[in-house]
Design a protein around this ligand. Structure first.
Ligand code: NOJ
Length: 757
């Protein structure tokens, strides 16, 4: 499968060869048996208090990183009470912390430094949901490798990423951290991210331990309301939620994180079903599990534990090894042991997993391997990282409409004067184009002035092409006034074409950022309407962290581009797309509904016994006031060129269970520009033991075609691709008829049938 554009491949290979190779040798030195032996040698020397200390992860002052005195952090480390520190920024203090752990604690065990590296570390990439829209696994892997190189050079050795939560609910602010609604695409992206962070060798000084989170079900919180309860069927759990976690486990992810939510009544942090039966016994995954922030302590609030000892006993015995930020184990685990509610063996098993990770990271042999000031100087914010961020941001953008071929703005465009209008034309002070993770924490690792804004890049780029450009920043949500609108109107009147940059603020996206409506703010819609009064053509550029709803623009604006929150290279990437230097190739990894009330909305739904064909069709499954189709379906995205699909063929009309079916299709670039197309393969089981989704993604290939060129794309389908979890809980494929679809989105394409015997 070709996933890497030539440019990205080059950057990736270059980075890998420059930074990774010497460390591969190191990996061979520390064999697994050797690690296990050394872990046991250490374990027998440890007191109960020291063991509990290894399970204690403490939060430090993320703003300054200098708050070492507040809780006597160093004193606790010296006493062997701390196994890990999270969200620590200050580099010198990290050295001090590690020195204290290694030189002043009795056993000298180094600490793990954990950090939320969500879309880049110093060089900020587009949000993960945007990255998913690129459908470019190689570029996503390369982005995480860059993030890992920066973070590791700055002293971090563990990232709380990737978030692999599938969700059907765009109200949930954390939709931006995942790969969207599809478990199959989400699984491939989960693998890519794990590979990107961890590389071939966890002990290399340019890789990080990754963390698959949040295990599990968090994406299905009721009403999309943050931290809410989750109540889903086992079918949904196993088919929609777990696959990306399993993929991450199989890709060797070093750690898992529990979720804040209850799953069918049980807080995930004390779910033996999830943490032991599925993760460890079922999948045989050997790594370390960390709670979410105080989620052990929150079992008391859920009403499932009476005190710290009870919470500690329930969570540790369920399989949660490390306590993030809550100190519940520190307060309650010893009592739980004394009460006989946790065995020494259970405690040792958890400590073993923490120590093992420290060995695997190379920390036990060289505790300062991630804390080298010279390396730090060389590795942060290199120009080639910016280049990769720009390419990925452009590849993530999704063209939703391009009426009359309005875009790209090139020499043949019939316009002379262009007005950039809207709150996100040049938003410097408001800290947009990124997410909560890079803005909301007040984190000095990030600097919003490093963002290239749309105006900063577009004005010179368009002027150089001979356009006259103005920009007017108006209408920031509730602050929008009639005066703002008349300024916008004047600017629009003076122009031949308007580019309206609207959408969401950066801080709208991330943890604790749920919303009850997806509609574009009223003020912004009004802005678009005012501009339209001019009868001038306009292009809407959306900055968004989730699917938004914009019925007026959908009907009335000829060209719409989803830019997401693109990160530091926002303006340059946007200029690349709008001027046609890069032909858009992003495809939606989530469905865009027409109205918030349609949620949950996802392409791989069941058919119902009465599917609706048109609005108003009685006795069918639908609404009286809105058609069932989305505004834009999963997998959708336009290009400046066009692609035609023909000649869908199967290698055989019927296959046996152990055979592989080949599905081939001819794709032709029928337009005038070179472009990339994401060719998507979907299947449907037509007569299974339980009702199956109307379509399920089972493959894709991103291809590049010159104008007029064609290519045959071949997919392979095996029994495993057709299997599902049957009512007895086993994954298996039913013999019978299947439908296969190949096309450019989940809502179109060629189709045929085959039989599985
Ligand atoms: C809570 C979030 O849910 C989790 O994703 C994150 O990694 C931790 N806080 C640490 O910041």
């Amino acid at each position: 499968m070709k996933q890497l554009s030539t440019g990205n491949r080059l950057i990736f290979v270059l980075l890998l060869s420059i930074f990774s190779f010497p460390h591969l040798l190191q990996a061979q030195k520390t064999s697994v048996q050797n690690i296990d032996r050394r872990v046991e040698e250490l374990l027998v020397k440890m007191t109960v208090e020291e063991k509990i200390g290894q399970l204690n992860q403490i939060a430090s002052d993320i703003n300054t990183g200098t708050d070492l005195k507040k809780d006597d952090l160093l004193g606790q480390i010296r006493a062997g009470q701390v196994g890990s520190v999270l969200s620590h920024i200050n580099f010198e203090n990290k050295i001090l912390i590690q020195k204290t752990a290694v030189k002043e604690s009795r056993l000298g065990i180094p600490v793990l430094f954990g950090f939320d590296v969500i879309h880049g570390y110093k060089t900020i990439f587009p949000i993960p949901l945007a990255q998913a829209a690129s459908w470019n696994l190689g570029a996503i892997e390369a982005a995480e490798h860059i993030a890992a190189m920066e973070a590791a050079a700055d002293g971090q050795n563990w990232t709380f990423s990737p978030m692999v939560d599938v969700t059907h609910d765009p109200r949930w602010g954390r939709i931006m951290e995942g790969a969207g609604e599809d478990p199959w695409l989400g699984s491939r992206i989960a693998e890519a991210r794990v590979r990107g962070f961890q590389g071939a060798d966890l002990s290399a000084d340019n890789t990080l331990a990754a963390c698959a989170k949040h295990f599990a079900g968090y994406g299905f919180i009721e009403g999309g309301r943050e931290y809410n309860s989750v109540d889903i069927s086992d079918q949904r759990l196993h088919e929609s939620v777990l696959p990306p976690f399993k993929a991450a486990a199989d890709a060797g992810v070093a750690t898992f994180m529990c979720a804040f939510n209850t799953l069918n009544g049980v807080p995930t942090t004390m779910s033996k079903y999830l943490l032991t039966d599925i993760l460890r016994d079922g999948w045989g995954w050997p790594g370390m599990v960390v709670s979410d922030w105080n989620s052990i302590g929150e079992t008391l609030i859920h009403g499932t534990a009476i005190d710290d000892a009870d919470a500690s006993a329930k969570c540790l015995s369920a399989g949660c090894d490390m306590d993030m930020a809550g100190r519940t184990y520190q307060r309650g685990l010893k009592t739980a042991l004394q009460q006989g509610r946790v065995t020494d063996q259970q405690l040792d098993a958890a400590v073993r997993r923490v120590l093992r990770l420290k060995f695997m990271l190379g920390l036990m042999d060289d505790p300062f391997r991630y804390l080298n000031p010279q390396r730090r100087e060389q590795m942060l914010e290199r120009p080639e990282y910016r280049q990769a961020a720009r390419a990925l941001a452009a590849e993530s953008m999704v063209l939703l409409k391009n009426g009359g071929g309005l875009l790209p703005l090139d020499k043949d465009s019939p316009f002379k004067k262009i007005a950039l209008i809207g709150p996100y034309a040049n938003s410097i002070g408001h800290k947009d184009y990124m997410s909560f993770w890079t803005l909301g924490l007040g984190n000095p690792a990030y600097d919003s002035t490093k963002v290239v804004t749309p105006a900063q890049a577009l004005v010179p780029a368009l002027e150089e092409m001979g356009f006259e450009v103005t920009y007017t920043e108006v209408c920031l949500d509730a602050t929008c006034t009639e005066k703002d609108l008349s300024v916008a109107l004047q600017a629009a009147r003076a122009a031949d074409l308007v580019i309206a940059l609207v959408g969401e603020q950066g801080l709208n996206c991330g943890e604790s950022r749920s919303v009850s409506t997806l509609e574009l703010p009223r003020s912004q819609e009004k802005l678009l309407q005012v501009v339209a009064r001019n009868n001038k053509p306009s292009v809407v550029v959306l900055f968004n962290s989730r699917p938004l709803v914009f019925p007026w623009a959908l009907e009335n604006v000829p060209a719409i581009l989803v830019a997401w929150q693109p990160g530091y290279e926002t303006g340059n990437a946007l200029a690349d797309i709008l001027t046609g230097a890069v032909n858009p190739s992003g495809k939606l990894p989530v469905t865009f509904p027409r109205r918030t009330g349609q949620i949950p909305m996802y392409y791989n739904h069941l058919n119902t016994g009465r599917p609706q064909e048109f609005l108003g069709q009685m006795w069918t499954s639908g609404y009286l006031d809105l058609e069932n189709s989305p505004a834009f379906p999963f997998g959708f995205g336009l290009s400046y060129t066009t692609f035609a699909y023909s000649g869908l063929q199967l290698s055989k009309p019927a296959v046996d269970m152990d055979e592989t079916l080949e599905v081939s299709v001819r794709v032709t670039n029928t337009g005038k520009l070179a472009g990339q197309e994401v060719v998507q393969l979907y299947v449907r089981d037509l007569a299974a033991d339980i009702s199956r989704p109307v379509r399920e993604l089972k493959g894709f290939e991103k291809i590049t075609l010159a104008p007029g060129a064609s290519r045959t794309v071949v997919f392979k389908l095996t029994q495993a691709d057709l299997a599902y979890r049957n009512p007895e809980g086993r994954f298996k494929a039913d013999p019978g008829m299947f439908q296969v679809f190949v096309g450019g989105s989940s809502a179109d394409g060629l189709t045929t049938r085959f039989e599985l015997r």
